[in-house]
Design a protein around this ligand. Structure first.
Ligand SMILES: O=C(O)c1cc(=O)[nH]c(=O)n1[C@@H]1O[C@H](COP(=O)(O)O)[C@@H](O)[C@H]1O
Length: 272
């Protein structure tokens, strides 16, 4: 999917919501456990209930890999289901990959070609030659960690490197890489006060923003400092939406939570 197509979907749906598909078998209605593929069936129900309110889905691969081959098959079925039924939706493989060049190329093939995701999250720690293999894919997007939502973000990402914080160096340096127009960046919603500085370095890039809902980040604060003329934000909530209820009404409750966020987004977009 092109960035322009994503922007069009945001305008049509008045939403820049990304629903995180982080399925934990201990947290879903226990009736699903009797089904052949509980993870896929749960995802399908969540997707059917929220697809008109969200512009993106982000399965975090950990929640599939934890269940071995069966989990991997659930991931494949989930992405195929989205592609077949809601092709307008932007898909994010939250896999946080990155390795020496020839290994990164294989990761890129796995997620962009075999699974056909529109994007993947990537860690910047190994530098240019670990990220460029992902950037080589046309109309695919590489979402690089910049300033993450967790407490540990302060261990390295904000350290001073020759007078500038490391995450700023990561943002600046990445702009010099080949096909850098295919980059997006992860910035945690819990770090809203940093968005002004981040926008000075990457004014036009899309930012994937996890951390609203269960981690307590504020949608309005993120938008205040992080939004650009094309919105430029994908706000993710996983647990806050998919586990809104553990009972038979889980999909309906997930929709209600997604609707609350989408309505807030529509108001913010109108005010801009
Ligand atoms: O790359 C991510 O998506 C990510 C980066 C980050 O800084 N913080 C973060 O929480 N995430 C992911 O975003 C999701 C957040 O889930 P909830 O806290 O349940 O909404 C999880 O899949 C995390 O792995």
């Amino acid at each position: 999917m092109t960035t322009q197509q994503l922007i069009e979907q945001i305008k049509i749906k008045k939403s820049f919501l990304c629903v995180g598909l982080d399925v934990d078998l201990n947290k879903i209605p226990q009736s699903f456990l009797a089904l052949e593929d509980p993870i896929f069936e749960f995802n399908k129900a969540i997707i059917d209930a929220t697809h008109d309110l969200a512009v993106a889905y982000k399965p975090n691969t950990a929640f599939f890999e934890a269940y071995g081959i069966k989990g991997w098959m659930s991931l494949q079925k989930t992405i195929n289901y989205i592609d077949d039924n809601y092709p307008e939706i932007f898909t994010i493989a939250d896999a946080k990959r990155g390795d020496i060049g020839n290994t990164s190329s294989m990761y890129a093939k796995a997620f962009f070609e075999d699974l056909n995701f529109d994007s993947i999250t990537v860690a910047p720690y190994m530098g240019k030659d670990s990220v460029e293999p992902f950037l080589a894919f046309e109309d695919k997007h590489t979402i690089m960690l910049a300033l993450t939502s967790n407490e540990g973000a302060f261990d390295f990402q904000t350290l001073d490197v020759d007078g500038k914080e490391l995450y700023k160096r990561v943002l600046e340096t990445s702009k010099t890489w080949k096909n850098s127009e295919n980059l997006m960046y992860v910035v945690g919603a819990t770090k809203a006060e940093y968005f002004t500085e981040i926008r000075k370095i990457v004014p036009d890039s899309f930012l994937l923003v996890p951390g609203v809902g269960a981690q307590g980040g504020s949608l309005s604060e993120v938008c205040k400092y992080g939004m650009n003329a094309s919105v430029g934000l994908l706000i993710n909530s996983s647990r806050g939406i998919i586990y809104a209820s553990k009972d038979a009404d889980f999909a309906q409750k997930a929709r209600q939570e997604a609707l609350k966020i989408q309505q807030e987004m529509a108001v913010i977009m109108q005010a801009e």
